[in-house]
Design a binder for this molecule. Structure first.
Ligand code: S3P
Length: 441
């Protein structure tokens, strides 16, 4: 990838009614669980993004057939033990979720497999899944420093473990639980903090008995998944860019339709509310085991807040967008306990600090966070060239900064936006952002 820039014209507002694409985390899980279930599952609202399509291709390479019925993905499950050995390495592109969750599934198979990814994914830490899987008896090896590619030798007898991950992470939790489906005994994950619970919810929908306590999840090995239909809500992590955009741009009024507001994910809503954002949830309801609502956001004056480790857990992917809001707020915003932000698609503390500094924002980077001195004036940002470091969420966060900028902003490496949010440019332009995508050779 590489080669597409965003040109953002300064100063505008966001209005109208939008439906952002389907939830990335839920789409990944829907494909995985449908593939190892018995019977045919239908997934509506599936996110047709590069990351989720990488997951789909991986299962296709293991013999799973699927089709499109209108906009519904129809997956013909092969049953718990029905996957076939892939002819070559499974290439998971840029997707950490695909690699970490799949590693848990692959160690339970009778055949060998290799999981690879692009340069960005190959820099991300995989020891966090290699360690618990090895404890379960899996034969899994990473390369230097516990990175991808991951080589997995199948056909190992797995034993259940009780595991407390070193950090709160839905990817680690899900990986261990999926391996637990193939293990002898009951596998239990104790959570050191809150992480998204889509795996637990969706495994139940696919007929798995999941024990859930205050801070633990457990499943017994040997259970079989039955096909289910999944209605994927709009992704709160994608909606977050528009929420921040509407919140910081005076005169904005945006309705974001049918967005997932799972309590383990809703930190961005609560932090923005604490900052004084004008946000309303309308038409709250449950859709296929996940809470959804329309989110209405109007422009308003924001003020700085403290964002602690608990907030970070609940808004792990939304922090870059929140930094843009903080830069427009009156007063200081201090984020602490955000060490995990440094091992996402990029080091999101360093990369945001670099870009915000380019735009003239006063800030101080700390080891596990950032202190941002907001500028509540109409033009909170200058302009300039932003390096997105091949991180989709960095690119989209800085696109929204244009709403309060005095000069044009150019953002590089925007192809990566397609990993989570195909159609972002058109949707943002429709809402009123002055955004153009430009190819450079
Ligand atoms: C995800 C979990 C989070 C999140 C990622 C998607 C998931 O990662 O950052 O974008 O789908 O399980 P961690 O669980 O590693 O924090």
């Amino acid at each position: 990838m590489g080669g597409r820039l965003f040109d953002i014209a300064p100063g505008s507002r966001l209005t109208g009614t939008l439906r952002v694409p389907g939830d990335k985390s839920i789409s990944h899980r829907a494909v995985m669980f449908a593939s190892i279930a018995s019977g045919t599952s239908r997934i509506s609202g599936f996110l047709e993004s590069a990351d989720c399509l990488a997951t789909l291709s991986a299962f296709e390479a293991m013999g799973v057939t699927h089709s499109l019925d209108g906009e519904t993905r129809v997956i013909n499950g092969r049953g718990r033990d029905g996957l076939k050995a892939p002819a070559s390495a499974l290439d998971l592109g840029n997707s950490g979720t695909s690699m970490r969750l799949l590693s848990g599934l692959m160690v339970g198979q009778a055949f060998d497999s290799t999981l690879t990814g692009d340069a960005g994914l190959s820099r991300r830490p995989m020891k966090r899944v290699i360690d618990p899987l090895t404890q379960m008896g899996a034969a899994i090896e990473g390369s230097e420093g516990g990175r991808a590619p991951l080589h997995i030798r199948g056909g190992q007898a797995l034993s259940a473990i009780e595991y407390t991950p070193p950090v709160a992470s839905a990817q680690i939790k899900s990986c261990v639980l999926l391996a637990g489906l193939y293990a002898n005994g009951q596998t239990r994950v104790n959570e050191p903090g809150i992480s998204r619970d889509h795996t637990e919810r969706m495994l139940s929908a696919f007929g798995i008995d999941v024990e859930r306590g205050n801070r633990h999840v457990a499943i017994a090995g040997g259970q079989r998944l039955e096909a289910a239909n999944v209605a994927v809500p709009s992704d709160l992590s994608s909606a977050a860019f528009f929420m921040v955009g509407a919140a910081i741009a005076p005169g904005s009024e945006l309705r974001l339709r049918e967005v997932g507001i799972n309590p383990t994910r809703r930190g961005v809503i609560d932090v923005l509310l604490r900052m004084g954002a004008d946000i309303e949830l309308d038409n709250e309801r449950e859709q296929a085991g996940e809470p959804v609502a329309d989110i209405i956001v109007r422009g308003s004056a924001l003020h700085g807040v403290e964002i602690d480790a608990h907030d970070v857990e609940l808004a792990i992917d939304e922090c870059p967008a929140l930094f843009v809001a903080a830069a427009c707020a009156d007063g200081t915003t201090r984020l602490t306990g955000g060490g995990e932000l440094r091992v996402k698609e990029s080091d999101r503390i360093a990369v945001m600090a670099q870009g915000l500094t380019t735009l003239g924002v006063a800030l101080e980077e700390t080891e596990d966070g950032i202190i941002i001195t907001g500028n509540p004036h109409a033009q909170a940002f200058g302009g300039g060239h932003i390096a997105s470091h091949e991180d989709h969420r960095i690119a989209m966060s800085f696109a929204m900064a244009g709403l309060r900028a005095s000069q044009p902003i150019v953002i590089d490496d925007c192809d990566y936006v397609d990993t989570s949010f195909p159609g972002f440019v058109d949707l943002a332009a429709r809402a009123g952002l002055g955004i153009r995508s430009r190819s450079v050779s």
